[in-house]
Design a protein around this ligand. Structure first.
Ligand SMILES: [Zn+2]
Length: 204
């Protein structure tokens, strides 16, 4: 394969990128300076060294500490845990500046009727995190409002039931303001803010 096709194939693997967009990325890179390309290549090759995964919330961050700055922040409310599918969703919620509890990044959503759902998300890490936190009172699901998001929420709720029920931990999900099909990553701050304020609660 020639280098243009090879790079195109690599970009095609990016989320939401089709073959034509992937090819445009390659030609864009070709039009840039050597400095730009070298800096980009260096940042990519240094990713593994400079970016870590927080063992508590599973988000990616850079820094010398073990836990990320959100998990280390003692001013944050330990009684609320908000569950998102991916890092970009966490960022969208953080941008609302209204949520002050803790987070957990599931690492994806479970495709409907998937045969190995526990392989698709970080359910074991989530269970351990909840077991360790005696102060937890509410789990907020901030997953996309589509069939995969629904399916994932049901799977997680069922997996947690034996821990949350005896402890009376409330399960809630983002409410009014988010319409069917909404994706957390692309929801604007005002919409997310009202969806957080109007979350629907249930005790399982
Ligand atoms: Zn963290």
């Amino acid at each position: 394969m020639n280098p243009i096709d090879r790079l195109t194939t690599l970009f095609k693997g990016f989320p939401g990128i089709g073959p034509r967009q992937a090819e445009r990325f390659v030609f864009h890179l070709l039009s840039q300076s050597d400095e730009y390309r070298n800096a980009l290549a260096k940042d990519i090759s240094d990713m593994k060294r400079d970016i870590k995964q927080c063992p508590s919330c599973m988000r990616f961050f850079s820094g010398s500490q073990i836990d990320c700055e959100l998990c280390r922040n003692t001013l944050r409310d330990t009684s609320t845990l908000l569950i998102v599918a991916k890092d970009a969703d966490l960022k969208s919620v953080e941008r609302t500046k209204t949520y002050s509890g803790h987070y957990f990044v599931l690492g994806g959503l479970i495709p409907i009727l998937d045969k190995e759902p526990e392989q698709k998300i970080r359910i074991n890490q989530l269970v351990r995190k909840i077991e360790k936190n005696a102060e937890l009172k509410e789990i907020v699901f901030a997953l996309n409002l589509n069939p995969e998001g629904e399916y994932t929420r049901e799977f997680v709720e069922n997996a947690l039931k034996s821990i949350t029920k005896p402890r009376g931990i409330i399960m809630s999900e983002l409410g009014r303001g988010l319409s069917t099909g909404s994706e957390i990553e692309y929801s604007d701050s005002e919409t997310l803010k009202s969806a957080l304020a109007n979350r629907t609660k249930e005790t399982l």
